[in-house]
Design a binder for this molecule. Sequence first.
Ligand SMILES: NC(=O)c1ccc[n+]([C@@H]2O[C@H](COP(=O)([O-])OP(=O)(O)OC[C@H]3O[C@@H](n4cnc5c(N)ncnc54)[C@H](OP(=O)(O)O)[C@@H]3O)[C@@H](O)[C@H]2O)c1
Length: 179
Amino acid sequence: MTLPNEILPLQNISIVVAVSDNWVIGKNGDMPWGRGLKDDLKNFRITTSGAGKIVVMGRKTYDVVGRLKDRENIILTNQKGFKAPQCRVAHHKNYVLALSEAYDVYIIGGSEIYNLFLPHTDRIIVTHVHTEVTDGDAFFPEIPPEEWHATPLFSFEQSERNIFSFDIIQYRRKPELRT
Ligand SMILES: NC(=O)c1ccc[n+]([C@@H]2O[C@H](COP(=O)([O-])OP(=O)(O)OC[C@H]3O[C@@H](n4cnc5c(N)ncnc54)[C@H](OP(=O)(O)O)[C@@H]3O)[C@@H](O)[C@H]2O)c1
């Protein structure tokens, strides 16, 4: 039996990303705003932590952020002998896709890994950081509004906790475009 697209179960894969107004996500291996958005980090932790949740990151992001506590961590690398203490090391996206049948999977970067999983997700949680970054070297692809439905979740003003204002928006792929 074939179900109409609107009621097909989604794979439990979400992308979580913070982007500047010009779609920059990284600079010199780190995020352009460093750890300067405390409320975004808090929201990220709440969204991705807990039992049954898995975060997936590329080896270059892992080199900078390390293992995240209170959730399962998967590191993607092509290096067969790569060691990441208390993490799972994977060499193919299919391992992650299989796990998403049973667990909530959060793709947390960087650029290569976002591009790898974008075709496999219908949900992107984006922190739009209100700054233009001129010298970024890692990017997220623009999200075409005709393909994704946007739901604003939270807004934060610039403050002593946050060096820039930002909005957190959930995007769902429009049902007729889901694979
Ligand atoms: N703003 C945000 O929300 C955010 C979040 C995360 C990261 N970032 C930024 O993104 C930048 C890093 O992104 P990046 O694209 O350079 O690196 P990345 O995506 O973190 O990692 C790339 C690495 O992942 C591995 N990999 C890629 N495709 C693979 C595949 N198909 N199978 C197995 N392994 C695979 C390779 O590791 P090996 O080389 O070991 O084989 C590759 O070098 C940094 O600036 C970081 O700060 C931003």
